[in-house]
Design a protein around this ligand. Structure first.
Ligand SMILES: Nc1ncnc2c1ncn2[C@@H]1O[C@H](COP(=O)(O)OP(=O)(O)OP(=O)(O)O)[C@@H](O)[C@H]1O
Ligand SMILES: O=C(O)[C@H](O)CO
Length: 505
């Protein structure tokens, strides 16, 4: 198999493991018989009375279909809020397994056009709220949560109006607020976020199955943590509003809610009736790909599942890493060039401040890999692109093109080692859609930019207009685009590097 076939198969296996059906089957089991119980990650919850289901998020339809299959007649009723048009697109894509059966007990409400809260999402949130409020002590509420859940579960605290909350969210996002900041504000202004849903469901047992689309898998940030204890207070919210210069332009309704909010977050003890479990994440996807890569004979290491920061700087990090791996395979890793590249990597890691990444330890682990084996490095996370141009692209295609350009330049450096290795780099969105394009991402090699120049395509010109999709669609008629179609899941993005010594026989 070629490197290209390997890299595609590894990406597919990473995504496959966090698809709704396999994920739900791993996490959730039903033990029937006289005293039926639900086993969630091995923990038993007796089904004493009624079992209900609610859910909200972009991947929740497939999760609900898989859950209903497992729960069968034990499920009394369910309500899920999912993105507008998702049933039709899954139908069109032939993904029947992600759709509910005709006589499903789960009601589907579609809303949140363009990932923004709207009256439909509000209607769905009210229905979920009513269901939760009506639960009794021996009931069990299964909650399915995935990315996009914040917009799909709007419940502004009165007198805040939906439009006011939407406007505030939009302003924060357009001023560059990170998801952690955005959701810290959302939690304080909502009846259901920040643990609100879990409170309303009390005294029923609440079990939440969560697909994480946030770096580090923070329970209180993913979909704004409707069943998680919030670690933030109203002061944190005020600080964020001040940072983005919004304190003076707040509607009076928001001011009223902020001034009457409790100053301390709820105690963890208030959540003793709740079991939150992450059933899918970037970390899990990378672990599966690692397992597969080892099976294919690669010496494999995971760099991090939290790679974030400016796409340009992240591209430099990957280029330097590839250069180091090539030097190593060429037996030049310990020379002056190797030391220089290691120094660059330590500096870049410090600058990017990737949560949990210890670059010195990673470099140490690299040295311990079997020297003759081909190498596979896995990573994941979400970069940021500051749009300068008017072109079409996504952060994964932009990253792949930038890495291609960096490797092209590095090939010119004496004793780079790149000429002695076959290299492939892939970056892809696990949801199957990178930005507003039909591709999930793209791959590159050190030869890509030179080959494109021969076709009259200048990578730098495309990059300066954020036009990575146009570049990859034209180059070799799209051969380097990663096209998977919608996958029905989302655990951010994945990057894969495969390197082996060039066969000179
Ligand atoms: N022309 C472009 N070139 C590069 N990146 C782009 C371009 N246009 C949009 N983007 C990036 O694409 C991202 C939005 O796309 P996408 O919907 O895949 O991501 P998202 O909003 O994080 O949603 P999800 O979490 O569901 O993947 C933004 O981060 C934006 O910066
Ligand atoms: O819904 C949200 O808040 C984001 O997708 C993060 O989970």
């Amino acid at each position: 198999m070629s490197l290209r076939e390997h890299v595609l198969s590894l990406f597919r296996s990473a995504v496959g493991t966090v698809r709704p059906a396999p994920m739900l089957k791993r996490a959730l089991k039903l033990q029937g018989g006289g005293c039926p119980q639900l086993l969630v990650n091995g923990r038993a919850f007796p089904l004493k009375r009624d079992l209900y289901l609610v859910g909200f998020g972009k991947a929740v339809l497939g999760m609900a279909a898989a859950a209903e299959e497992i729960l069968g007649d034990h499920l009394v009723r369910g309500i899920i809020n999912v993105p507008l048009g998702v049933q039709e697109s899954l139908q069109r894509a032939g993904m029947q397994e992600m759709l509910l059966k005709p006589h499903s007990r789960i009601q589907v409400i579609e809303g949140a056009k363009n990932n923004l809260p709207d009256p439909e999402a509000l209607r769905g949130a009210s229905a979920i709220r009513e269901l939760a409020e009506g639960l009794a002590v021996d009931d069990l509420l299964l909650v399915l949560i995935s990315g996009g859940g914040s917009a799909l579960l709007p419940a502004p605290i009165p007198p805040i109006l939906l439009e006011e909350k939407e406007k505030l969210t939009k302003m924060l996002a357009s001023r560059g607020a990170a998801i952690q900041e955005l959701n810290t504000v959302r939690k304080v202004l909502s009846l259901l976020k920040g643990g609100g849903l879990a409170h309303l469901a009390y005294p029923a047992q609440v079990v939440s199955l969560i697909l994480s689309d946030v770096i580090g898998d923070p329970l209180d940030i993913i979909a704004s943590g409707p069943t998680a204890a919030s670690s933030h207070s109203v002061q944190d919210c005020l600080q964020i509003l001040a940072k983005y210069n919004l304190l003076r332009s707040l509607p009076s309704s928001v001011e009223a809610v902020l001034s009457s909010s409790p100053t301390k977050p709820a105690a963890a003890g208030d959540f003793s009736h709740v079991y939150n479990v992450i059933i899918g994440s970037n970390t899990l996807a990378l672990a599966e790909a690692k397992h597969q890569a080892e099976g294919l004979g690669y010496a494999t290491l995971i760099l991090s599942a939290a790679v974030c920061g400016d796409v340009g700087r992240v591209a430099v990090l990957y280029c330097q890493l590839i250069c180091l791996l090539c030097l190593r395979l060429a037996g030049l890793g310990e020379g002056p060039r190797g030391s220089e590249v290691r120094g660059n990597l330590l500096q870049l890691a410090a600058e990017l401040d990737i949560p949990g990444l210890n670059m010195a330890e990673f470099l140490q682990a690299l040295q311990g890999l079997e020297p003759q084996k081909p190498v596979c490095i896995l990573a994941g996370g979400e970069t940021t692109v500051q749009l300068q141009g008017t072109g079409k692209g996504g952060r994964n295609q932009e990253l792949a093109l930038r890495v291609g350009l960096g490797l092209h330049r590095a090939r010119g450096v004496e004793a780079s080692g790149l000429g002695r290795c076959d290299v492939i780099f892939l970056s892809g969105g696990t949801d199957g859609q990178d930005g507003p394009t039909e591709a999930a991402g793209a791959f590159c090699s050190p030869q890509l930019v030179a080959e494109a120049l021969r076709e009259g395509l200048d990578a730098e010109t495309f990059l300066s207009n954020n036009d990575s999709y146009a570049f990859f669609s034209h180059f070799q008629r799209g051969r380097h685009l990663l096209v998977t179609g919608l996958t029905g899941t989302n655990v951010m993005d994945i990057q894969l590097i495969l390197i082996r010594a060039t066969d000179r026989s």
